[in-house]
Design a protein around this ligand. Structure first.
Ligand SMILES: Cc1cc2nc3c(=O)[nH]c(=O)nc-3n(C[C@H](O)[C@H](O)[C@H](O)COP(=O)(O)OP(=O)(O)OC[C@H]3O[C@@H](n4cnc5c(N)ncnc54)[C@H](O)[C@@H]3O)c2cc1C
Length: 558
């Protein structure tokens, strides 16, 4: 902290970044390298400097970025989305660590941005959030040169639209399931006991008298659907070598999953999964593969010819259908996990109804699916349910995971957001629209957006590089035209001191500007790197053992 305070300058462009996922980390890097005087960020920063013209160089100023993150850990979906068995994908955090260690960057973990009255929060989230500090976008707009929203769009799962989808035990969104196995604090047993116990029970885990194997159905044919299937099909010996949350590993070790069926509403030609991820799941040992409705029409061929990854995915599946033979019951391939599991992939089907257990009307037992017919112009065909009742089948289903997309929550009234997916309205380059009536007391409020909050929940980690760059260019342009100006550090620290102390230390004076820095609930980057070191030291076979609750942090910083 000392080092940080010394390196800051009184006259500087100061930005607040909301969210520390890939978008937040890349925009921080871009702001420092495009506008900042110092070039400390390695290759991409130096490249930018080399390409800059003289006008750009003469305009460089001191730049600082404060990153606000609602979780105690940084990096968003790299930690809580990317599957635990994809360790190499997570290597991008090495680059993010460098950004977080830059003396011009401050990290405020466990600080949620947004006005809670305007945020749709559940009771459960409020309980979990009791220790989360908050500051509003309005408050940030009032003191920073600019505020960049990079808070993603991973707050809710899209629904399928089936009756009782929200209430039957056994129906989960992919986001819920992924959060659970990746150790997101709000989905961990200490915070959401009900979710944990329900997943364990449905996996065939809790009851010693329960000998029934579980059948899982995943709706959706994207990479997230494949991640969920793979985690359920992979041996737990292999999972133990990953950073999967301990509670999930324990549950999966005792689980009794016999089949995973992945269902796509359109044909193989429109499936979103990447050939690489498909190959990975199909190559798992001890699984029998069944693939239905792989035949392709002339329109499918035309569509696949226009997209190499789709063509390749089809070829991978076609090959698997002909070469992966079904083994005799109990026969083993690797001797590790004697129970064989079935992976079924069905195309051109949609779920039409959920059927509860005869003996327990609150638990899912079957899902009915019906054939679809594709209608419309090639390249834009829609799935339409067959009207023939003979085209319907009933699948046993203890767990149904809907993997049909993520959507973001509302952040607060000062921000203009889409009701459809929570994305922030912007000018096409990342200048976010502000609800003027809510900020008429603020002079020169500058709001920007990047990442999933800008584009919606799509694209891989690398997609956010270009997205952040586009927004950073817009910010640089606004600096050149004089719209963005330098701001005072003391005004920022004063605002943060009041905002971040309001939750906890109501009786204490907010006039002590530095009080918030001592608040143990604020996870600074120094504190995060101690947590990081601790997690890594606990992983024996695995890269790390994640801490899954703010209460687990006790004693780490001493
Ligand atoms: C299950 C899953 C698996 C994936 N696997 C891969 C993969 O293997 N490879 C790949 O390249 N891509 C993968 N992706 C895509 C990749 O994760 C995204 O492209 C990327 O994370 C989006 O970056 P983001 O910063 O916009 O959002 P996020 O990563 O969601 O980051 C947003 C951050 O903002 C924080 N935040 C949210 N609201 C607030 C608030 N109000 N105040 C403060 N902080 C807030 C969040 O906690 C989070 O840290 C996967 C996505 C998912 C969902």
């Amino acid at each position: 902290m000392e080092r940080r305070l010394r390196s800051s300058s009184s006259s500087a462009l100061r930005f607040a970044c909301v969210g520390s996922g890939p978008a937040g980390m890349y925009i921080t890097e871009k702001l420092l390298s495009l506008l900042g005087k110092e070039q400390k960020l390695g290759r991409s920063g130096s490249d930018d400097a080399t390409n800059d013209n003289d006008r750009d160089r003469s305009k460089r100023v001191h730049v600082e970025v404060d990153i606000f993150e609602k979780e105690f850990s940084p990096y968003g979906l790299v930690r809580f989305g990317v599957a635990p068995d994809h360790a190499s994908t997570k290597n991008v955090t090495n680059k993010f660590d460098t950004i977080l260690k830059d003396s011009r960057v401050r990290f405020f973990g466990n600080v949620k941005v947004g006005e809670t009255t305007a945020t749709k929060r559940t009771m459960k989230e409020d309980e979990v959030g009791a220790d989360v500090l908050t500051v509003s976008v309005r408050e940030l707009l009032g003191v920073y040169s600019g505020v960049v929203l990079a808070h993603g769009a991973a707050d809710n799962d899209r629904k399928i639209g089936l009756e009782r989808e929200d209430e039957l035990k056994g129906v989960y969104g992919a986001r819920q399931f992924v959060n659970w196995f990746n150790g997101l604090p709000s989905a961990a047993p200490s915070n959401d006991k009900e979710l944990h116990e329900s997943i364990c029970e449905r996996l065939g885990y809790v009851s010693s008298t329960n000998t029934k194997a579980s059948d899982v159905v995943v709706i959706g044919v994207g990479n997230v659907a494949l991640d969920c299937a793979r985690i359920l099909l992979r041996s737990t010996e292999e999972l133990a070598e990953t950073d999967i949350a301990t509670h999930a590993l324990v549950a999966l070790k005792s689980a009794n999953v016999s089949s995973v069926t992945i269902i796509g509403r359109r044909s193989v030609a429109q499936a979103k999964f990447s050939p690489k991820e498909l190959r990975e799941v199909l190559a798992l040992p001890n699984i029998d593969v069944e693939i239905d409705d792989l035949e392709v029409s002339d329109e499918d061929v035309e569509e696949m010819n226009a997209s190499r990854p789709r063509r390749r995915a089809f070829e991978v599946l076609e090959k698997a259908k002909t070469t992966k033979t079904t083994k005799e019951e109990g026969e083993e391939e690797d001797g590790k996990n004697s129970k064989r599991k079935v992976l079924r992939i069905l195309f051109l089907k949609s779920p039409t109804s959920l059927i509860a257990n005869e003996n327990n009307n609150k638990s899912l037992a079957f899902v009915k699916v019906r054939k679809n017919i594709l209608k419309g112009e090639t390249g834009n065909r829609k799935a339409v349910l067959s009207t023939n009742e003979d085209d319907e089948m009933t699948l046993p289903c203890d767990i149904l995971i809907r993997s049909v997309g993520y959507v973001g929550d509302r952040i607060e009234p000062s921000v203009v957001q889409s009701d459809m997916n929570g994305t922030i309205a912007h000018d096409g380059q990342g200048r976010a629209q502000i609800n003027e009536t809510t900020i008429n007391d603020i002079n020169n409020a500058n709001l920007y957006v990047c990442g999933w909050a800008k584009r919606g929940a799509n694209g891989v980690i690398a997609t956010n590089v270009q997205c952040a760059e586009e927004t950073a260019f817009a910010i640089r342009e606004d600096f050149y035209t004089g719209k963005i100006t330098t701001k005072s550090k003391s005004a920022i620290d004063n605002t943060l001191s009041i905002a971040l102390n309001k939750n906890k230390n109501k009786s204490e004076s907010s006039s002590d500007l530095n009080k918030w820095k001592k608040n143990p609930l604020i996870i600074t980057s120094e504190r995060w790197f101690k947590i990081d070191e601790f997690e890594r030291s606990r992983g024996r076979l695995s890269p790390r053992k994640k801490l899954v609750s703010i209460n687990d942090l006790d004693g780490i910083f001493t």
